[in-house]
Design a protein around this ligand. Structure first.
Ligand SMILES: NC(=O)c1ccc[n+]([C@@H]2O[C@H](COP(=O)([O-])OP(=O)(O)OC[C@H]3O[C@@H](n4cnc5c(N)ncnc54)[C@H](OP(=O)(O)O)[C@@H]3O)[C@@H](O)[C@H]2O)c1
Length: 371
């Protein structure tokens, strides 16, 4: 269901949902018009018919207690997550990414992210009937899951938790140790059974991506996307052939951890590193090496009236064929993301930032990328 995205954002941190675009003073018309166009313009995911906003919202932290939220989930965090969901929609961002394993019941005190997203959608629907919410979720390729039927049965469980009869995008979260052909066949079955609009993979290498693409193509089903770790400081997809293969095949690259889990926002400093598991990746030593890049990002952002977060998301969008899905824990974070749209870094700035970033050794990624 397509939201009437008349909800362009008129300031960086506050979005309202006007019925129509406001009248603008002539001197700010150009920039407002550009912003409206860019937030309203949607991108087709690969060769599928599914259209998504140029930026989506990641819902991993919603309900999670194994990586995020300092191992605790409470009512305040729940309210903040719901506000992130509503704030995104108020700003015209309608694409949400979750997974069956986010907020795993195996983690103490966790709430499942799909269940929360489903609840947020339902609660929102009352006041906004017909509003578009595009939902992507993922199948966990656990070693005891075999065959195409395992994909359908996991998908049906996800649909139950989401309270939906179909999802827009269903992705294989990572390649399995075995059984991958069956999983791809299961994706195709899900399309044919009308349970999903589009299918994708995640953490797939160039070879796996090409194989999956070809296997689905034989059934006339396009592989819509490959969701991989991609940010200014984690450019593996540029180096391992994944980005080039996505561009060549017409598969959209969905960029996860696009703000390096907060490290690229500039709020974490060597004397103030992130807490929890993130602190083991973004150490004081790493954050010290990051400072020159962050200073330049800040300077460039200043010239456009943009925050570092908006600059690094814009850098990803400038790579073309890339949809970043930053995670938002609250409304302010979600609303800040929208300011990444509607303007462009110059080519020189894009190159300069890549070159500065290449002086920093990348952090370790999710090992499943190498499966
Ligand atoms: N397919 C996969 O294997 C995979 C793997 C990882 C992620 N993902 C997907 O990608 C999404 C995003 O990745 P991610 O959550 O790992 O990392 P991310 O988007 O790079 O970082 C998200 C974190 O940055 C901080 N943040 C967000 N907005 C901010 C802002 N405006 N200013 C300052 N800090 C801000 C928040 O944490 P604090 O406020 O606590 O700092 C937030 O939880 C996930 O939610 C998930 O949907 C997929």
């Amino acid at each position: 269901m397509a939201m009437n995205v008349s909800s362009a954002c008129f300031s960086v941190f506050s979005c309202k949902k006007p019925n129509r675009i406001r009248a603008v003073a002539s001197e700010d018309f150009a920039s407002t018009a550009a912003l409206k166009t860019d937030t309203e313009d949607k991108l087709k995911l690969g060769g599928s018919e599914l259209k998504v906003t140029r930026l989506g919202i990641g819902a991993w932290s919603w309900g999670d207690t194994s990586y995020w939220n300092n191992f605790q989930w409470d009512d305040q965090k729940l309210k903040a997550a719901k506000a992130a969901f509503n704030g995104s929609l108020d700003c015209g961002i309608t694409f949400f990414d979750t997974a069956e394993v986010y907020g795993s019941p195996l983690a103490l005190g966790a709430e499942n992210s799909e269940t929360l997203l489903g609840r947020f959608i339902k609660e929102r629907e009352n006041d906004n009937p017909g509003e578009e919410v595009v939902v992507a979720t993922k199948f966990a390729a656990l070693p005891w899951r075999f065959g195409r039927q395992s994909v359908i049965s996991a998908l049906k469980d996800s649909l139950n938790r989401l309270g939906l009869s179909s999802v827009d995008l269903y992705q294989l979260h990572w390649p399995g140790i075995w059984g991958n052909e069956g999983y791809i066949d299961g994706l195709g079955d899900a399309v044919e059974q009308g349970l999903v609009k589009a299918v994708g993979v995640s953490n797939y290498s160039e070879k796996r991506l090409r194989d999956a693409y070809e296997r689905l193509k034989k059934r006339g089903i396009p592989l819509a996307s490959n969701q991989v770790n991609y940010s200014l400081i984690y450019r593996l997809p540029e180096q391992n052939g994944v980005k080039a293969a996505c561009d060549e095949l017409g598969v959209t690259l969905i960029a996860y951890s696009p703000i390096a889990q907060g490290a690229l926002t500039g709020k974490y400093k060597p004397e103030n590193p992130p807490s929890g598991p993130r602190g083991r990746i973004y150490t004081p030593e790493f954050l010290t090496k990051l400072q020159p890049l962050l200073m330049r990002i800040n300077e460039i952002g200043g010239n456009y009236g943009k925050t570092p977060t908006q600059v690094v998301l814009n850098w990803l969008i400038a790579q073309e064929n890339v949809v970043p899905i930053p995670g938002a824990k609250n409304a302010a974070q979600a609303k800040e993301f929208v300011g990444a749209l509607g303007w462009r870094l110059s080519n020189e700035e894009v190159d300069e930032l890549r070159s500065l970033a290449s002086e920093i050794s990348p952090v370790t990624g999710f090992p499943v990328e190498k499966l």
